[in-house]
Ligand binder design. Structure first.
Ligand code: CP
Ligand code: NVA
Length: 307
């Protein structure tokens, strides 16, 4: 059974395979001759948190692949409250061919995968956001042509999105720099994994508290919300801590001339990113959003492929 829970579970060869698949599926879609790789298959989509991109892109992906997406809202399933995670996994596996879940605790997606009789895809947990990561590396590949020797800088909160970027970059051999305020960096266990992957790929990792240092010579600047879903009680505190890490035109001057700016969205314009940058010439925010569709088709096809 092939689950897609975190990029760190993949080998570099698998990561490249899924990216190549995404490139091909996107080309077929653009040419108007997309094969229905998942004809009559059903994807169950469990959501514990709100979503625009994940919900719609998975739904449309299944439709365009010849199958169906089934949206299950937080109130319907009440994962772990109305029914245990293990029982939800066992029941849904009798109805659907593949499952996607957006959860709070990463342990819940691991538990789903443990008891499901079908592949499970992580549509975001508090730990990682691997579908976003796959779409992001597809976007980087399209704009930069290669990962080797390119500098990806993440500025802001060391959250689920940052963790997936670290895992993806170090798998692919891309240099990764993160600038986060003290106390908001990546978890030590995440670093251990990142360093292990980097040792195999040759990627360089830089950690700093200084956002300007991180911007220097960057090929890609990436940021995300200062307050992730589930951390709402900390919003005011975080609004005081994070402003020096805002992605704005002043800081962008330190990056390479052809730098691309990325954000997984939803954006809090005027907080982690300014309108001028989000809507400016370096922004690829909506390419990223579109690539969720193509990357997730590749993930779905990969999960359903025989080994
Ligand atoms: N980027 C992302 O996952 O967006 P949604 O929360 O809208 O799905
Ligand atoms: N880090 C954000 C990503 C949203 C797509 C969150 O978890 O809320």
């Amino acid at each position: 059974m092939k689950h897609f829970l975190t990029l760190a579970d993949l080998t570099a060869a698998e990561m490249h395979h899924i990216l190549n698949l995404a490139v091909r599926i996107k080309q077929e879609w653009q040419a108007g001759n997309a094969p229905t790789y998942l004809k009559d298959k059903v994807l169950g989509m469990i959501f514990q948190k709100p979503s625009l991109r994940t919900r719609v892109s998975f739904d449309v992906a299944m439709l365009q692949l010849g199958g169906n997406g089934l949206y299950l809202s937080p109130n319907e399933i009440q994962l772990g409250k109305r029914e245990s995670v293990a029982d939800v996994a066992r029941v849904l596996s009798r109805y659907v061919n593949v499952l996607m879940a957006r959860v709070f605790a990463h342990e819940d997606i691991v538990e789903l995968a443990k008891y499901a009789g079908v592949p499970v895809i992580n549509g975001l947990s508090d730990y990682v956001h691997p579908c976003q990561g796959m779409a992001d590396f597809l976007t980087i590949l399209e704009h930069k042509g290669t990962f080797q020797g390119k500098k990806l800088t993440y500025v802001g909160d060391g959250n689920n999105v940052a963790t997936s970027l670290l895992f993806g970059a170090t798998l692919l051999g891309m240099d990764f720099t993160i600038a986060a305020p003290q106390g908001y960096g990546l978890h030590p266990a995440v670093w251990d994994m990142g360093r292990r992957l980097a040792a195999a790929s040759g990627a360089r990792i830089v950690v700093t508290y200084d956002p300007l240092e991180a911007f220097v010579d960057a090929d890609v600047i990436y940021t995300d919300t200062w307050t992730s879903m589930g951390q709402e009680a900390e919003t005011e505190l975080r609004r005081k801590v994070f402003p020096p890490y805002q992605v704005n035109e002043d800081k962008l001057r330190y990056a390479k001339e052809d730098v691309i700016v990325m954000h997984c969205l939803p954006a809090h314009r005027g907080e982690e990113i300014t309108d001028a940058v989000a809507d400016g010439p370096h922004s690829v925010l909506f390419d990223q959003a579109e690539n969720r569709l193509h990357a997730q088709k590749a993930i779905l096809v990969w999960c359903m492929e025989a080994d």
